[in-house]
Design a protein around this ligand. Structure first.
Ligand code: HEC
Ligand SMILES: [Cu+2]
Length: 351
């Protein structure tokens, strides 16, 4: 190495140590994704090698010099069957392997903690159930399944965390979800990977993975004083939803307690599960689906509530009891892994 000057050598060493072919593997799914990727790269490399070797050797073996007169070669069924069946088998392995990972990525475990993320030109806003609010940052605990419910306020965005091997579109007017479980505390890149206008390249942020202990501290120090559901309760009052949705027996609107997660009948005879998407539609486009036995009198709230407002209303409805009080204050500081219900809500019951 004495012909390379020490300065250049040092630069190379430094560059090589900082050079990362792959982002760190910081989620449970990352090693599984990488294994499939490596398999595909390996198969491609082997295929490439075979093709290059055959081209080179054939062009030498069957050159004009060796064979001045062309010889007609008939096909070989065995050969053709071999080069069809082996790649087919390999591609089917990739397909099944990929499908298994796909289902894993898009099926959140029942105890996943839900965090809402709203994308807009040009920032990411995260809403934690406990009312913590962040911009271009997301603090999460390691070792816990986290589900994100994403929506965009304007154009298409895409929420991507390379270190988690996770990416999901944020679409205007529709909730999408994705989940992951971070394994290693640290700070990781968040990117918008869908070109969304002038400042798209600045729509980046930090995913901060904390130990459960540090996460608890973070939650306590960044609380805004009111949970999402409590903000929703306030909004519910100020938008006069309670004029129709209330405890009175002659209420003009159906009771919203326990509506979340229930199966509602559709006019077509089918049923629909009242999930986040359903509640959002019910608030913004009430005429789309009229609850049985009620008049279509609910006004639309399109344009009157922001996406964050809708999220707060949904969290409120999710946590209502029959006298329109919030059953649970979403206090994620008291989360015990594995003990959450379907709303990922868990915590102290407050009067
Ligand atoms: C003028 C009375 C009225 C007001 C005000 C009103 N609603 Fe409604 N709401 C209704 C009626 C009637 C229905 C049932 C018919 C329908 O689905 O449109 C309903 C249905 C719903 C549903 C669907 C429930 C189900 O069982 O399918 C939700 C969710 C809802 N309202 C939430 C709200 C929220 C949140 C507000 C305030 C932002 C609000 N409503 C304001 C009358 C009202
Ligand atoms: Cu974007």
């Amino acid at each position: 190495m004495d012909h390379i000057s020490p300065a250049i050598w040092q630069f190379l060493v430094k560059w090589m140590t900082n050079f990362a072919l792959f982002p760190p593997e910081a989620s449970t799914i990352a090693p599984q994704m990488d294994a499939l990727l490596f398999f595909m790269v390996l198969v491609s490399l082997i295929g490439l090698t075979i093709v290059v070797l055959l081209i080179t050797s054939f062009s030498i073996l069957y050159s004009k010099k060796r064979h001045p007169v062309a010889v007609q070669v008939e096909g070989s069924t065995l050969l053709e069957a071999t080069w069809t069946i082996i790649p087919l088998g390999l591609f089917l392995v990739m397909f099944v392997w990929g499908a298994l990972i796909y289902f894993r990525v898009f099926t959140p475990p029942a105890n996943a903690m839900n965090i809402y993320v709203v994308g807009k030109q040009w920032m990411w806003k995260a809403e934690h159930p406990g009312g913590q609010h962040e911009i271009n940052a997301l603090h999460i605990p390691a070792g816990r399944a986290i589900q994100l419910t994403l929506i965009s306020q304007d154009v298409f965005h895409s929420f991507s965390i390379p270190a988690f091997r996770v990416k999901r579109e944020a679409i205007p007017g529709r909730y999408t979800t994705v989940w992951f479980q971070a394994t290693t505390p640290g700070t990781y890149h968040l990117f918008c990977t869908q070109y969304c206008g002038t400042a798209h390249s600045q729509m980046v942020g930090d995913i901060v993975v904390l130990s459960p202990e540090d996460y608890r501290k973070w939650l306590a120090s960044s609380t805004s004083g009111a949970s999402l559901a409590q903000n929703g309760e306030r909004l519910f009052a100020s938008l006069s939803c309670a004029a129709c949705h209330n405890t009175r027996p002659d209420a003009r609107g159906p009771s919203l307690a326990n509506v979340y997660g229930s199966k509602l009948p559709l006019p077509s005879g089918q049923t629909v599960t009242a999930d986040d998407a359903y509640l959002r539609e019910a608030i913004l486009n009430p005429s789309e689906h009229i609850t049985q036995g009620y008049a279509p009198i609910m006004p639309t709230y399109q344009g009157q509530v922001s996406e964050e407002g809708v999220i707060e209303l949904i969290e409120y409805i999710k946590n209502l009891n029959s006298d329109y009080r919030i059953q649970q204050t979403l206090n994620t500081t008291e989360l015990v892994p594995g003990s959450e219900g379907k709303t990922a809500a868990q915590g102290t019951v407050k009067p």
